[in-house]
Design a binder for this molecule. Structure first.
Ligand code: PEP
Ligand code: MG
Length: 935
C-alpha cells in the first residue's frame, strides 16, 4: 500500500519563502520540517505549547510530520477584528513550501496533501478548543486518496470525518445532526460498530452529511482546499473564545489575552490497516508517579478515537509484542524527550504503515502524589536540582495527600464494577447523568450536596458539571480520556472506563450486575483502585505524614519566611491543623462554639434576655463551657499562639427565622396534637416544655426576633458593635479565655493567647473593647495569682479600618486581615448573595476571578498594603496576618508575602498548600527565578 504522506523530500528553497518577511515586519508563520524549524521550544508565548514542542522535536531530528505554526499574535489580531493581510500571505508561502517539501499539493493531484489544523495555546487546555483533521479532502481528492491508498473505505471514512468536524467546528452545526445520520445508517446496515460500515455505506453517509451542511449552514461544504484551510484557521482562532475554553481558563487562571496558535501539519494516518495505529503516553505514571513507561494505543485508529475515549485502548506494553522495533524507537525517543525537557512528558504518536511519527510532546499533567514523587525521582536522577523540584508541584495539588479514603470496615461493601483508577481519592455522592443536572443538584455554599457525575464518556462540554461533582464515573475511555485528564488536573476522584456499567443517559439510568440505578441513588467511588461501590460509604481522613511528602516539604520549607496558621474552632480541628504543620491558630471563631447541643439553649436565653441581669445569668452558664473549649484549643496548640476572636455574628443567627415563627403562631390553633408535640420539640431550646407553653412563649419570642430583625445584618449589629452594646458578652469571653489560659498553664501547657476584636472601624471602638479585655485579664490574674503574656489586636475588615490603621495600631498589638468581609465591604458585594451576579461577571470578563476566592490584589490588596504600612508606622513591630479564605489560596499567599505579612491563616486542609505557596514565594525571590511550575 502506498504511503499517504510521503517521506519528506529534500528541503527546497522556493520563491515563496522570500515573501515571508511581511510588510509589517511581524513574522506570523513559523515553518517546521526537513529537520529544521523556524522556531524552538522556548517560544511558547509565540508558538503555543504544541507549536513550540513541534519545533523543538523537529530541530532534534525526531520524526515529526512537517507543517507550520501560525503564531498567537494572529489570534489576538483576529479577536480584535484586525487580522493582518500578512497572515494570509505568509500562510500561503508556508503552504507552498510544505507542498514543495512533500512533493504534494493540498487536496489536489494523484497523491493529495492532507493536513490537520489544531489549536495550541501557551498552556495546555486539553480538549477545550477545536481541531480539524483530513483537511484538503473533497469530492475529487477523496477518489485520489482511495486509489493511492488502495483503500476506498479508509478514504470515504476520512472524508466523512472531515465534513463532520468541519461542519461542527467551522460551520457551527450541532454534532447531533451528523450523529443522527450516522446512527441511522448503522441501524439500516445492521452495523454494530462504526467499522462495520463499508465504503459504499460511508459514501451514502457523505451524501447525507452534505445535505446536513446545506440545510443548517445554508451553503455547500467547501470543495476548494484553500478555502477550507482559511475557514478552519479562523474557526480555531474563534474557539479560543468558546464557553468551555473561557471557563477552563478561568478555573486554571490562564490569561484571556494570550490567544491560541494554529498548527497546520501534514496528516499521518493511524487507520491505514493493521500496521498502523495511534496512541498517547507518559514517560512516568501520571497518577502515581511511578517510573514506568505508561500509555495506551489502538491499532487501526485515528487519534481522536483515543483522546475522546470512544474506544477503550490497550496498554502500551502490547505494542512491544506487535511491533518491537517501533516500540523500542518510541521508548528511545520519549526517554530523550524527558531528558531534554527535564520533566515528565505526555506524548502523542501515530504509526503509519510501520513508521513512527511523533505528533506532540508536552510536560504531562499529573496528580499531586505523582508531582511530588516525580520531583523527588528527578532530583535523585540528577535531572533537576532540589531548588527546581520545589516549583514542580502546584501548591493546590498537595491536597491530594489529604484526600479521604473509603471506610470499608464498618459495612459490607458491594463492588459493582472496577474501572481505571483515573484520579485518586474517594468520592461519595448521589448519581446524576448530565452536567446540567450536576450543577443543579450539587448546590453551593452551605447547601452543598455531593453528586457523582456518571457518563458513558465525558466531553469538554461537561466541564462545569465536572467541576461541581464530588467524583466522576465513566463507562468508556482510558487513563488519558478526557475525564481522566481533566479530573487529575482538578484533583478530583475519577473512575474511568468501567466497561461493565451500561449508562443510558436518555433514560437517566445505569445498569450493572443486573441492577438498575437511577438519579439520586448513592454511589461510592475509589479513584485510587478504580472500584465502583454500591451505596453511601463513610470516608476516612487521610494522613499527611507520607514520607515522600515530608521529604519534598523539607526541601521547600527552609525557604519559607512567612508563618502559616490555621483557622480552627475546636480542639479536633486544631490537632488536625497542627498535624498538617500549622504554626498557630490564626482565627478561632467563638460563635461556632455556641452551637453545641448543651450550649445553644443558654446562648438563646442570653439573646432573648431583655435586661442586663437576665443576660448576665445566661452568660454565667455559658462561661464554664467556653472555658473548657478554650482550654482544649490551648492544649492542642501547646507552645503556639492562639488567636481568639470575640463574638462576631448578628444575634438573630441564633434564633428561629421570623417568617417560620409567624407561620407557627398563626397556625397553632389549627395544629393537631401530633403537630403541636413536634412544635414543642422544635422550640424546646427557648424554654418550651409542654404544649401549653407554646401559646405563652412563641409570641414573646417573635417580638424579640422582630426587635433583632435587621434589613442588612451583615452591616448591622455584629462584630465589636455587639461587645460595645452588650459589654457583658466580651467580659464573659475574656474571662473564659484567661481562666482557661491560667488553668492549663498551671498544668505545664505554654499558652500564647491573642484576643482579637472583629469589625473595628475606629480607634475608639478598639479602645472600648481592649479596655474590657485588659480589665478582665487583670482581674483573673489577681484572682488566680498568676500572670500570662497575651496580646489584644483587631481584624481589619472594613475600608475605614484600613484608612485609619495608624490610629488603630495605637491600641491594637496585632492586625489580622479579615479579607472575606474586607472584600465584601470594598466591592460592596454581599458575600452571601454574590453568586447571583458572579457567573455573569466572570463570563463577561468583568471580573477575572471570584474575589472571594483569590484576593483582588489591585483593589482590596491596596487596602491590605496601606493598612500594613500605616499600622507599622505607629507600631514598628506590629504583627500582621490574614485569616480570610484567601489565606490558603496560592496567589493570595504570594501577595501576602510580598506585602510583608508575618503569617497567613487558613482552614486546616489548606495548611500544606499555604506552606508550599509561601515557600515558593520566598524561594522564587531568593533564587531569582520565576516560579517554573508545570501548568
Ligand atoms: C473575614 O471576614 O475574612 C473573616 C475571617 O471573618 P468571618 O469570615 O468570620 O466574617
Ligand atoms: Mg469577618
Amino acid at each position: 500500500m502506498a504511503t499517504i504522506t510521503l517521506p519528506e523530500a529534500e528541503v527546497k528553497e522556493t520563491k515563496t519563502q522570500e515573501t515571508k518577511k511581511a510588510s509589517t515586519g511581524t513574522k506570523y508563520v513559523y515553518f517546521f520540517g526537513g529537520g529544521k524549524a523556524d522556531g524552538d521550544g522556548k517560544m511558547k508565548d509565540v508558538l503555543g505549547g504544541k507549536g513550540a514542542g513541534l519545533a523543538e522535536m523537529t530541530n532534534a531530528g525526531l520524526p515529526v510530520p512537517p507543517g507550520f505554526t501560525i503564531q498567537t499574535e494572529a489570534c489576538r489580531e483576529y479577536m480584535r477584528g484586525a487580522l493582518s493581510k500578512d497572515v494570509d500571505t505568509q500562510m500561503d508561502a508556508a503552504l507552498a513550501r510544505l507542498e514543495a517539501l512533500q512533493g504534494q499539493k493540498l487536496g489536489a493531484g494523484e497523491n493529495p496533501l492532507l493536513v490537520s489544523v489544531r489549536s495550541g495555546a501557551k498552556f495546555s487546555m486539553p480538549g477545550m478548543m477545536d481541531t480539524i483533521l483530513n483537511l484538503g479532502l473533497n469530492d475529487k481528492s477523496v477518489e485520489a486518496l482511495a486509489k493511492r491508498s488502495n483503500n476506498p473505505r479508509f478514504a470515504a471514512d476520512s472524508y466523512r470525518r472531515l465534513i463532520q468536524m468541519f461542519g461542527n467546528v467551522v460551520l457551527d452545526i450541532e454534532k447531533a445532526a451528523f450523529d443522527e445520520v450516522f446512527d441511522a445508517k448503522k441501524k439500516q446496515k445492521k452495523a454494530k460498530m462504526d467499522t462495520d460500515l463499508d465504503a459504499k455505506a460511508l459514501q451514502e453517509v457523505i451524501a447525507e452529511y452534505k445535505k446536513v451542511v446545506k440545510k443548517h449552514a445554508k451553503r455547500d461544504f467547501p470543495q476548494d482546499p484553500h478555502e477550507q484551510l482559511v475557514m478552519a484557521r479562523d474557526a480555531v482562532f474563534r474557539s479560543w473564545q468558546n464557553d468551555r475554553a473561557k471557563h477552563y481558563r478561568r478555573i486554571n487562571n490562564i490569561d484571556d489575552m494570550l490567544g491560541t496558535a494554529v498548527n497546520v501539519q501534514c496528516m499521518v494516518f493511524g487507520n491505514l490497516g493493521e500496521t498502523s495505529g495511534t496512541g498517547v503516553g507518559f514517560t512516568r505514571n501520571p497518577a502515581t508517579g511511578v517510573k514506568e513507561f505508561y500509555g495506551e494505543f489502538l491499532m487501526n485508529a485515528q487519534g481522536e478515537d483515543v483522546v475522546a475515549g470512544i474506544r477503550t485502548p490497550v496498554h502500551i506494553s502490547e505494542l512491544e509484542k506487535i511491533m518491537p522495533d517501533v516500540y523500542n524507537q518510541l521508548r528511545d525517543i520519549t526517554t530523550r524527550l524527558e531528558k531534554h525537557y527535564r520533566d515528565m512528558q505526555d506524548f502523542e504518536f501515530t504509526i503509519q504503515e510501520g513508521k513512527l511519527y511523533m505528533l506532540q510532546t508536552r510536560n504531562g499533567k499529573r496528580t499531586g502524589l505523582a508531582a511530588v514523587r516525580v520531583a523527588l525521582q528527578m532530583v535523585e536522577e540528577g535531572l533537576i536540582t532540589k531548588e527546581d523540584a520545589i516549583f514542580r508541584v502546584d501548591p493546590n495539588q498537595l491536597y491530594d495527600f489529604l484526600v479521604p479514603r473509603l471506610d470499608e470496615k464498618k459495612t459490607k461493601i458491594e463492588v459493582l464494577a472496577t474501572g481505571l483508577p483515573a484520579s485518586p481519592g474517594a468520592a461519595v455522592g448521589q448519581i446524576v447523568f448530565t452536567a446540567d443536572e450536576a450543577v443543579k443538584k450539587a448546590g453551593t455554599g452551605t447547601k452543598k450536596n455531593p453528586v457523582i457525575l456518571v457518563r458513558a464518556e465525558t466531553t469538554p462540554e461537561d466541564i462545569q458539571g465536572m467541576e461541581v461533582a464530588a467524583g466522576i464515573l465513566t463507562s468508556r475511555g482510558g487513563m488519558t480520556s478526557h475525564a481522566a485528564v481533566v479530573t487529575r488536573g482538578m484533583g478530583k476522584c475519577c473512575v474511568a472506563g468501567a466497561g461493565d456499567i451500561a449508562v443510558d443517559e436518555k433514560k437517566r439510568e445505569m445498569r450493572v450486575k443486573g441492577q438498575t440505578f437511577e438519579e439520586g441513588d448513592w454511589l461510592s467511588l475509589d479513584g485510587t483502585t478504580g472500584r465502583v461501590i454500591k451505596g453511601k460509604l463513610d470516608t476516612i481522613p487521610p494522613k499527611a505524614d507520607d514520607p515522600e511528602l515530608l521529604q519534598f516539604m523539607s526541601w521547600a520549607e527552609p525557604f519559607r519566611k512567612m508563618k502559616v496558621r490555621a483557622n480552627a474552632d475546636i480542639p479536633r480541628d486544631a490537632i488536625q491543623a497542627r498535624a498538617f504543620g500549622a504554626e498557630g491558630i490564626g482565627l478561632c471563631r467563638t460563635e461556632h462554639m455556641f452551637f453545641g447541643e448543651e450550649k445553644i439553649p443558654h446562648m438563646r436565653a442570653m439573646i432573648l434576655a431583655d435586661n442586663e441581669k437576665d443576660r448576665r445569668a445566661a452568660l454565667k452558664k455559658l462561661l464554664p463551657m467556653q472555658r473548657e473549649d478554650f482550654a482544649g484549643v490551648f492544649k492542642a496548640m501547646d507552645g503556639l499562639p492562639v488567636t481568639i476572636r470575640t463574638l462576631d455574628p448578628p444575634l438573630h443567627e441564633f434564633l428561629p427565622r421570623r417568617e417560620e415563627l409567624m407561620v407557627d403562631i398563626a397556625l397553632l390553633p389549627k395544629y393537631s396534637a401530633k403537630q403541636k408535640k413536634e412544635l414543642v420539640a422544635k422550640y424546646k431550646d427557648y424554654g418550651v416544655k409542654g404544649v401549653n407553653d407554646l401559646k405563652k412563649i412563641l409570641p414573646g419570642l417573635l417580638a424579640r426576633v422582630e426587635e433583632l430583625h435587621e434589613f442588612n445584618p451583615m452591616l448591622g449589629h455584629r462584630g465589636c458593635r455587639l461587645g460595645i452594646t452588650y459589654p457583658e458578652i466580651t467580659e464573659m469571653q475574656a474571662r473564659a479565655i484567661f481562666e482557661a489560659a491560667v488553668d492549663v498553664s498551671k498544668k505545664g501547657v505554654k499558652v500564647l493567647p491573642e484576643v482579637m476584636i472583629p469589625l473595628v472601624a475606629t480607634l475608639k471602638e478598639m479602645q472600648n473593647q481592649a479596655a474590657i479585655v485588659r480589665r478582665v485579664a487583670d482581674e483573673v490574674f489577681k484572682e488566680k495569682g498568676t500572670k500570662i503574656d497575651y496580646m489584644v489586636g483587631t481584624m481589619i475588615e472594613l475600608p475605614r479600618a484600613a484608612l485609619v490603621a495608624d490610629q488603630i495600631a495605637k491600641e491594637a498589638e496585632f492586625f489580622s486581615f479579615g479579607t472575606n468581609d474586607l472584600t465584601q465591604t470594598t466591592f460592596g458585594f454581599s458575600r452571601d448573595d454574590v453568586n447571583k451576579i458572579l457567573p455573569t461577571y466572570l463570563a463577561e470578563g468583568i471580573l477575572k476571578q471570584d474575589p472571594f476566592a483569590a484576593l483582588d490584589q489591585e483593589g482590596v490588596g491596596q487596602l491590605v498594603k496601606m493598612a500594613t504600612e500605616r499600622g507599622r508606622k505607629t507600631r514598628s513591630n506590629l504583627k500582621v496576618g490574614i485569616c480570610g479564605e484567601h489565606g490558603g489560596e496560592p496567589s493570595s499567599v504570594e501577595f501576602c508575602y510580598r506585602t510583608g505579612l508575618n503569617y497567613v491563616s487558613c482552614s486546616p486542609f489548606r495548611v500544606l498548600t499555604a506552606r508550599l505557596a509561601a515557600a515558593q514565594a520566598a524561594a522564587s525571590e531568593s533564587l531569582k527565578v520565576e516560579g517554573g511550575r508545570t501548568k
